[in-house]
Design a protein around this ligand. Sequence first.
Ligand code: NAP
Length: 300
Amino acid sequence: MSASPAAAPVPLRAGFIGLGAMGGPMAGHLTARGLLAVAGNRSPEKARAFVAARAGASLKAAASFDDYAACDVVALCVSADADVLENVDGLAAVLSPGAIVIDHSTVAVETAREAARRLAARGIGFLDAPVSGGVEGARNGRLSVMVGGDEAMLERARPVLEAYGARIALMGPTGAGQATKAVNQILVAGINEAVCEGLAFAEKLGLDPERLLPTLMAGAASNWFLDKRGASMLRNEFTPGFKCAHMAKDLRIVQAMAERAGIRHPVIDRALADYAELEARGEGELDTSALIRLKRQSPP
Ligand code: NAP
């Protein structure tokens, strides 16, 4: 008698909320893998356009949280802490026990822990999983994903994360993903300061960008921001990318963490003051490379 064939694994049914600069392309990768069932966004027309652009895929634009009820995994990539908790509350009311919410937004460690607590009360899992790699990383599916939470839960959610993650690292318990992202943002903020200051200086010296940028990229000053934003900032193009307002939000979180940790943090303070100034000038929706505009100004 021959053994009965093993049942094929049932694919995950995923939802995605927050179809912005990052979430749109990330959700696109899930659709390409046949995993995405429902897509939603605060402005519903963005979700309707996302679905309309993928005619033929078995995919629905969410009209309410009820549309996520049958999902095994729902990923979020929304703006800030209150947005994450609002969606967590909506999902907690509809998802089945055993489902998992993954948050890719950059928020406070405490917000991640609060989200996990609210979902656990309904038997629903949570992974904080902020990402790095920019819109380019989201578009080409090469993000670095920093995960906090339970290992077995991560293994269940892995097919979703693999759709857009080049590296998926479990950093520790809930909140450890956001803690890692806080470290990441100090490095990013400091690099942005140095690159924008250096390129504003290069302009004053009359150096030719066509020769300057590849020469810098070939040496020890090479970095992601110079490579991806150097030429565009010198052309005065500041389409995000990564918005100044999001960077200021991240640095407020990181500054509070650094205060509690008791380290000296002049890099965080300088960068936060600069992005807050850009926000106050009405430039919060520009890419962070708009920082070069401040660096070009003569000191007061
Ligand atoms: P974004 O372009 O501003 O997109 C945010 C999206 O989330 C928008 O489509 C927005 O809808 C939606 N949204 C906001 N609040 C919502 C809510 N309460 N319910 C449902 N949808 C909501 O921002 P992003 O650049 O994609 O960044 C998203 C998150 O990832 C942020 O936390 C950011 O710090 C982080 N991040 C960004 C980058 C980057 O390079 N851009 C890299 C790593 C991490 P509307 O259309 O109504 O505005």
